[in-house]
Design a protein around this ligand. Structure first.
Ligand SMILES: *Cc1c(COP(=O)(O)O)cnc(C)c1O
Length: 502
């Protein structure tokens, strides 16, 4: 191989072409820059440019404004661990939703104001509650025991805790949940405002639903509106309803590809499309969302359009959710993770080997493991892009096979669909998993076998990049999170530079 070739037609047998951003195309068009990133940081390497964050959030704010609703966006930090995300969220004036002591402390260190934060951790340690109360951060309350913990810590510190009870819907149309409590159960816990010298101040109502249904969000918003009236009548100054995350996004360009894939999987008698005939949870292929075990990588209504559907839903007689929020002077808040990280990341990994299973199924081994490109969904249904640097060697014949990773288990598939490699696979090729910024890099990553976690690099902010040519590999800098130990504090001896500062 003398010339640089972008062997870019790699796709599933039924293709699922990923949506990309211009910065991704720019990087992928330069195989030597991809190779240099892996050379410097190892494989895999997570590459992040948070520039789309502000645009994605603005789409939500503008959609709400068009319905007459004031929207506060609190980015769900758990969707990507990079400190670059925290810096960018603050730079573009967004709030942040934190779920652990490390996340909380890092955001405070970056300079987030308490008013721009919410703590939603599912389980809260004493240290976490103490840190939130000391900083004046609003706490989403999950249950009565936790409310008692928060109240007793507030009393001991002589402060008032700002809280928002987490509402578990009692509407039969909403799936049962382990999170929060019903309004009726909360009413027994929170009582009258100021009653009994309680140090809890209810400032809002919080909920977060599984799934991505606009209709279900409208149902629970109506429930929260009714509960707002009841709480206000008992003296609680409810100022906002926080509808959590689950704002949908699209990974694929083309709806037809998504439809064809499920149709093909349903009729896949030969079991060629997926690993050992995996059905990926396929239940009802005619349903709009054919499977409960994979993310709907193509959705009809996303972000702004979707939020407009929520807000325009009917509420009360001849009214809408939007009008009822506005009539009460309520702010609407949301905590989107995935949908505001749309377009913010990709993961690069280099080819380790080509081989076949003992029964002849072709495999491509990558220098990575499956927790490094995995969400809780059964598979990442987006085709990788394929990058061939100039100095690759020993290119194979074209073939169809599967990507496997480094963990010593038979089911260590990086993607569960069979891929077609029309230009073969060379040693030194690079697989690029596009649009992995939300969850896919970090939510399940592990360091089993004591393999190191992947490095995370972020786009250097333009003013900091003076002296380096834009677009070169030095446009990327190691994110500060890689210097943070398990305690959430920066390691004193770490020689990893801190990420881009504002
Ligand atoms: C995970 C989570 C979010 C973010 O959800 P997305 O689907 O990424 O938008 C927001 N709020 C809470 C409480 C969460 O647990």
């Amino acid at each position: 191989m003398g010339e640089a070739v972008t062997a870019d037609a790699v796709a599933g047998l039924t293709p699922l072409t990923g949506r990309t951003e211009p910065w991704m195309e720019e990087l992928l068009a330069h195989p030597e820059r991809c190779a240099a990133l892996i050379e410097e940081y190892g494989s895999p390497v997570n590459v992040l440019d948070f520039a789309p964050l502000g645009r994605n959030a603005a789409e939500l704010v503008e959609a709400a404004a068009s319905e007459g609703v004031r929207l506060g966006v609190y980015v769900a930090r758990k969707a990507n661990k990079a400190l670059g995300l925290v810096h960018e969220a603050r730079r573009v004036g967004l709030g942040i939703d934190v779920a652990s002591l490390a996340e909380l402390t890092q955001c405070l260190d970056v300079g987030f104001a308490a008013d721009d934060m919410i703590l939603t951790a599912a389980v809260k340690s004493t240290a976490l509650i103490e840190a939130a109360l000391a900083a004046g951060v609003l706490v989403s309350l999950d249950n009565a025991d936790e409310a008692e913990d928060v109240a007793s810590i507030a009393r001991a510190r002589g402060v008032t805790a700002r809280v928002a009870p987490r509402l578990a819907s009692s509407d039969p149309a909403i799936a049962p949940t382990r999170f929060g409590m019903t309004a009726r159960d909360w009413d027994r816990v929170v009582g009258e405002a100021g009653g009994g010298g309680t140090p809890l101040r209810l400032e809002g109502i919080h909920f977060h639903l599984n799934g991505y249904s606009a209709r279900e969000r409208a149902i629970v918003l109506r429930e929260a509106l009714t509960w707002t009236d009841a709480l206000r009548s008992r003296g609680h100054a409810i100022a906002f309803i926080d509808m959590g995350g689950g704002v949908p996004m699209r990974y694929l360009e083309d709806r037809e590809q998504w439809r064809r894939f499920w149709e093909a999987l349903e009729g896949d008698r030969e079991e060629v499309l997926t690993w050992r005939g995996d059905r990926l949870g396929l239940q009802d292929p005619r349903a709009d969302r054919p499977s409960a075990s994979v993310y709907p990588y193509w959705q009809e209504r996303v972000r702004g359009e979707w939020l407009r559907d929520v807000l325009a839903a009917p509420a009360g007689e001849g009214s809408t959710v939007a009008r009822e929020l506005a009539a009460r002077g309520l702010e609407l808040r949301c905590e989107p993770g995935r949908s505001v990280l749309d377009g913010c990341g990709l993961t690069l990994a280099s080819v380790a080997f080509r081989k076949s299973t003992s029964d002849g199924v072709p495999l491509v081994g990558l220098h990575m493991n499956r927790t490094q490109v995995r969400s809780t969904s059964a598979d990442f249904l987006v085709d990788p892009r394929w990058v061939r640097p100039a100095d690759t060697r020993d290119t194979s014949e074209p073939f169809e096979g599967f990507l496997v990773g480094a963990y010593c288990v038979e089911e260590e598939l990086l993607l569960r669909r069979r891929l077609c490699f029309p230009d073969g696979v060379a040693r030194g090729d690079i697989a690029a998993f596009v649009n992995t910024g939300g969850y896919l890099m970090h939510i399940l990553e592990s360091a089993s076998h004591q393999l190191p976690l992947a490095a995370t690099v972020v786009k250097r902010r333009p003013q900091a990049a003076s002296g380096s040519s834009p677009g070169s590999e030095s446009a990327w800098v190691r994110d500060g999170i890689d210097a943070v130990g398990a305690t959430g504090a920066a390691s004193a001896t770490g020689d990893v530079p801190w990420g881009p500062m504002p």
